[in-house]
Structures are given as structure tokens and as C-alpha cells.
Design a protein around this ligand. Structure first.
Ligand SMILES: C[S@@+](CC[C@H](N)C(=O)[O-])C[C@H]1O[C@@H](n2cnc3c(N)ncnc32)[C@H](O)[C@@H]1O
Length: 335
């Protein structure tokens, strides 16, 4: 009964028609109207056949729709799969490229680090060798102040001392006092020359004076206080050593330019040759420390262009450059 209640109107109608036909058929047969009974049975069977044909058509339609849906789903799946594979392939390629890049960078850095370490080791070996040679040349009477950093490196000091030994300057002028002052003074003590060193900083000047006193070199070298004052050159103002500290100096045979420090201003050492050319002997040597630095390179170029008789002497060891100065004698044209 509950099943009968679930039938829709159409199904209930068809069931009722079938029941009426069955009942009519049974009644016709029982009352002896066989012809009518057969006719009713024929109508009933035609109805059943029509229903079956309708059902078969609908099932065929459903099957077609089901196949079309399956095709669509397969297409969507294929498309999604292709996109996924493409994305994974691209990711793999990108990851591969990145990996190769990282490996290359790492290799380049390892090579640079190895080269750097190698250069450092070679430089250190050179500095040690220079230090040994320096101490073989002199027996200091007190502990020597340290070299390197703000002070000249042993390789630069060794070349400087060698220049003093071989060129035997009578007067050496140093811009920027410190460890180099003591080494030059020891060398001059043997060759018979004199050293004047300028320092813009009273504290460092005093420290160098104390070192000279400790080594018994005050007869050979003196440190003068020379605060930085504005010097006008080529329309520019530079903070440079007070020229009053140089007033009595002439015929400087060897000039060491190692000050003022770069932090005192751009092109800090450029004024040196411009101010001091007149103080140099007719033939003089100029040692220019930190010559590899940008400002010092620019100063060097400018001096060469503007100062007659100034030339660079080959490649010097360490960080300094050695320049040679020969005063040009101008021919007086007869009136
Ligand atoms: C390059 S240093 C001169 C070094 C000196 N010619 C030598 O070889 O020892 C130039 C100036 O820097 C200053 N100075 C020296 N040592 C310094 C330090 N450790 N820190 C800051 N300034 C320093 C001093 O006034 C010195 O005159």
C-alpha cells in the first residue's frame, strides 16, 4: 500500500487503466464474449509494448547523455593533467637553472676566496721577509713602534730605508709622523742626514717625539706641530699643513708624503707637491704612500701634468710610488 501511495498521477493513471483493461478482459471472458476479451487483451498488450518502446527510447537518451558527460569529464581531466604536467616540468626546469646558477656562484666564490687567501698569504710572507731585513739592517735601542695600518708597511719601510741608504739625502721632509719617522732617523743616523717630520695632530706628534727620544734619535730627527690650515689651489680650498712650520726649510732631498690622513678631506695630499716644489733640491726623490688610492691616483696624474721635471720611477714594492724630481732650468732669452 505504501508503494502505491508513492506513485505519481501518471503512473497511478496507467496502473488504473491496466487494472480496468484486465477487469474488462476477465469480465468479457467470463461472460462468454471471447471476441471482446481478445480485443481487450490486444489493446492491453499494445499498451504494454508502447510503454516498453518509450522506456527503451528514454534509456537510450540517458545512455547518450551519460556518455557525453563522461567524454566531458575525460576532456577536463586530460586538460588538467596536461596543465599540471606543464607546470611541474616548468618548475623542474626553473629549479634546475637556479641550482646550476647557485653551483656556479658558489664555485666562483670559492675560487675568489682561495685566490684571496693565497694573495694574503703571499703578502704576509713578503711583509715578514721585509721585517726581517729591516731588523737585520739596524739594532734598535728601544722597542720599535708597530708597522702597518696607519703606519707604513714593512715592505714600504724597507724600500724607504734603502732609498735613504743609497741616495743619502741631507734633508728629509716627512708629512705625517709615526713609525716611519723612527726608521728613517735610524737610516739617516748612519748616512749623516737630518729629518723634519710634520704632524697636524699634537697627540701623535708628541707620541713620535717620545719614540725618537726613547731611541736616542732627537739629534737626527725632529717632529714639528703643523695644524691644518686652508690652502687655496686651482680655485679650491684644501686643509693642509701650516706652511709656517716649513719656513726655514730648503733643499729637501727626500720628501715622504704620508699625510694628512684621507679623513681630513677629499684630495687631502694633493697640495703637497704644489706647495713644496720650491722647497725641493734641484734633484730630489719623492715617496708617495697609498698611491693606489683613488684620490692619490688623481693627485699623481695632476702633478705629472702640471709639474715640469716630475716623473715616476718604475714599479715600487708595497703601497707607495717613488717619483723623481729634476728642476728644469729655464733658458733666459737675450734681450
Ligand atoms: C698615515 S699617518 C702617518 C704614518 C707615518 N708616516 C708612519 O708610517 O707611521 C698620517 C697621520 O695620521 C695620524 N695617525 C697616526 N696613527 C693614527 C691612528 N692609529 N689613528 C688615527 N690617526 C693616526 C697622525 O696624525 C699621522 O700624522
Amino acid at each position: 500500500m505504501s508503494r502505491l501511495r508513492k506513485l505519481n498521477r501518471r503512473q497511478a493513471g496507467l496502473l488504473a487503466a491496466a487494472a480496468v483493461l484486465c477487469a474488462a478482459d476477465a469480465a468479457s471472458a467470463l461472460t462468454g464474449h471471447l471476441g471482446l476479451a481478445l480485443t481487450v487483451l490486444g489493446v492491453f498488450l499494445c499498451g504494454v509494448l508502447g510503454g516498453l518502446l518509450l522506456l527503451a527510447r528514454r534509456l537510450t537518451g540517458l545512455l547518450g547523455a551519460h556518455r557525453a558527460a563522461q567524454r566531458d569529464v575525460r576532456q577536463v581531466l586530460d586538460h588538467t593533467q596536461r596543465r599540471l604536467l606543464g607546470a611541474v616540468e616548468e618548475m623542474l626546469l626553473t629549479a634546475g637553472d637556479r641550482h646550476r646558477e647557485l653551483v656556479d656562484t658558489l664555485a666562483a666564490q670559492q675560487k675568489a676566496a682561495a685566490n684571496g687567501t693565497d694573495r694574503l698569504l703571499r703578502a704576509q710572507t713578503g711583509e715578514i721577509e721585509a721585517l726581517v731585513q729591516l731588523f737585520q739592517g739596524f739594532t734598535p735601542r728601544a722597542p720599535m713602534p708597530t708597522s702597518g695600518g696607519f703606519a707604513l708597511n714593512p715592505t714600504d719601510l724597507l724600500d724607504l730605508v734603502q732609498l735613504v741608504r743609497t741616495r743619502r739625502p741631507r734633508l728629509v721632509l716627512e708629512l705625517g709622523s709615526g713609525t716611519s719617522t723612527v726608521w728613517i732617523a735610524y737610516a739617516l743616523e748612519k748616512t749623516g742626514g737630518r729629518l723634519v717630520s710634520l704632524d697636524h695632530d699634537p697627540g701623535y706628534a708628541e707620541k713620535t717625539r717620545a719614540a725618537l727620544a726613547a731611541h736616542g734619535l732627537t739629534e737626527v730627527a725632529e717632529v714639528r706641530d703643523a695644524p691644518l690650515r686652508p690652502v687655496l689651489l686651482d680655485g679650491r680650498s684644501f686643509p693642509w699643513y701650516d706652511t709656517d712650520a716649513l719656513a726655514d726649510l730648503r733643499e729637501v732631498d727626500l720628501l715622504l708624503i704620508d699625510g694628512p690622513p684621507e679623513k681630513t678631506g677629499p684630495d687631502a695630499r694633493y697640495p703637497a707637491m704644489r706647495v713644496l716644489e720650491d722647497k725641493l733640491a734641484d734633484a730630489a726623490t719623492v715617496v708617495f704612500d697609498d698611491a693606489h688610492r683613488h684620490d692619490e691616483q688623481a693627485a699623481l696624474r695632476r702633478w705629472m701634468e702640471t709639474i715640469e721635471g716630475l716623473t715616476q720611477e718604475g714599479e715600487a714594492p708595497g703601497r707607495h710610488a717613488v717619483l723623481s724630481y729634476r728642476r728644469m732650468v729655464r733658458q733666459l732669452t737675450p734681450q
